[in-house]
Design a protein around this ligand. Structure first.
Ligand code: SF4
Length: 454
């Protein structure tokens, strides 16, 4: 394996992000707000019991995924939906494009869905002559700005209101304002027309219930309901691990997901969609297609990092991660950022592309502590780091340094000599490189751990 595989250039992306004061201020403010709201939302509930139960549900899903997928397909079909299985991104894109083209659809409205970002659905549909309008406000902002999401639930987290005002005035031709209420009402007016004129709606789903064939959507803006009920055709695109066995399991996840994501005790809109509109019903799509996307997940399920598929995309691990909070989502150069993003991107895209992301972590464990379904993020990061070393993706300098450290660490004499040398030369190196990494390292303790214990 090449030791010089290029991959995502996380280091230069991060350097660029560090030089952007406005980005850093937006990130700090947003992440601190979410993290403190999360703490408040869990203050008086038995959070550990809830996490244990949610973790059990998700592990059961992973243990029986093919069976639950079959059950979901049968139940959704009985309710009037058509279920498609897509083995990879190309198959998923093609399935959606075919459904739309076949029905002569030239405009779709879309609610937020990370898996459609993962498979690059919008670009594909636009290339096929189908206009795609994102209707989640954050997604709409970045769509008209021509950017990618930088957070899995707050896609425009990196922008402040002045930047949003500038995007609106430049791209929509409206008078500049940075008043969030006015900006929202501008978007609402435009999007209302789009909802009414689109011939199809595309959504994701937070969960899919095997026993009833239902799709479950958590949204805060109501756009998910418009997308899934106004147009005659609804296409839901979701990854296979979104399955949960029973509606009663939803209760355990409903109390955790919004609390972990935004610090809300309940999401503003919780929609459960089972099949198409019945004859006596006044709302709902007339045709429902559900595309279950594998795109490498079956392979992940069979491997050492299968627990990553427990993830319910709440974003809590992003909000507490010191790296994510500092550089934001775009630095990761991938659909999924933050601790979960590093792991998922490496598993989905391969080590060759994603290996530099494995440095984007301090392994501090903050992510482990907040994950509502107990994904062992630090353990998975370590496994992938080991695989990176085994695959030869580390630099010769790093390999030499680690080999030298390993050699010295096995000999008490060499180790003690090394500690003394480090203590002597660290202040000198710090003076030489005041603003660099060495200059920021903490001072060594007066007495070493071994001397204190002896
Ligand atoms: S890994 Fe856990 S904390 Fe991170 S997004 Fe997934 S569920 Fe949330």
């Amino acid at each position: 394996m090449s030791t010089h595989a290029v991959g995502i250039d996380f280091r230069s992306n991060a350097k660029k992000a560090l030089g952007d004061a406005s980005l850093r201020a937006s990130m700090r403010h947003a992440a601190e707000t979410f993290a403190s709201k999360r703490t408040g939302a869990f203050a008086s509930v038995p959070v550990e019991d809830w996490r244990d139960r949610a973790s059990e549900i998700r592990l059961n899903v992973l243990d029986n995924l093919p069976d639950y997928l079959d059950r979901f397909t049968a139940a959704a079909t009985r309710a009037g939906a058509v279920v498609h299985r897509a083995k990879d991104a190309a198959a998923a894109r093609e399935t959606v494009a075919y459904l739309l083209k076949d029905r002569r659809v030239d405009k779709v409205v879309k609610s937020k869905s990370m898996v459609t970002e993962e498979i690059h659905l919008n670009d594909h549909l636009e290339m096929r002559g189908i206009e795609v309008v994102e209707t989640d406000l954050g997604e709409y902002i970045i769509q008209i700005a021509g950017e990618a999401p930088s957070h899995i639930i707050v896609p425009a987290i990196h922008k402040n209101r002045r930047q949003v005002g500038k995007v609106f005035s430049e791209k929509l031709g409206v008078e500049y304002t940075d008043d969030p209420v006015v900006l929202t009402s501008i978007a609402r007016k435009i999007l209302r027309k789009e909802f009414l004129s689109a011939q199809a709606g595309i959504s994701g789903a937070n969960f899919a219930v095997a026993e009833s064939g239902s799709l479950v959507l958590f949204t805060n803006e109501g756009n998910g309901r418009m997308v899934t009920t106004l147009p005659p055709l609804h296409i839901a695109v979701l990854s296979i691990e979104k399955i949960i066995p029973k509606l009663s399991d939803l209760a355990a996840l409903v109390r955790l997901l919004p609390r972990s994501a935004t610090g809300q005790t309940l999401t503003s809109y919780l929609s459960i969609i089972t099949g198409t509109r019945r004859p006596h019903e006044r709302t709902g799509s007339k045709e429902l297609h559900i595309v279950l996307v594998d795109n490498g997940r079956s392979q992940i399920l069979a491997g050492e990092c299968r627990d990553m598929l427990k993830c319910i995309r709440c974003s809590a691990c992003l909000n507490v991660c010191p790296v994510y909070r500092t550089v934001g989502g775009h630095a990761y150069g991938s659909t999924y950022p933050g601790p979960m993003g590093i792991i998922l991107t490496t598993l989905l895209d391969g080590m060759n592309r994603a290996h530099p992301l494995l440095d984007a972590t301090t392994l501090c464990g903050a992510c482990n502590q907040v994950c509502p379904v107990k994904v062992p993020l630090v353990r998975l990061l370590r496994i992938l780091r080991e695989q990176r070393v085994e695959a030869g993706f580390t630099s010769p300098w790093e390999r030499t340094a680690m080999a030298a450290f390993g050699f010295a660490a096995k000999s008490p004499t060499l180790f003690t000599a090394g500690q003394r040398l480090w203590k002597t030369f660290l202040p000198v190196l710090g003076i030489m490189e005041r603003s660099g990494t060495v200059g920021r390292l903490p001072k060594p303790a007066g007495k070493t751990f071994r001397r204190r214990m002896s």
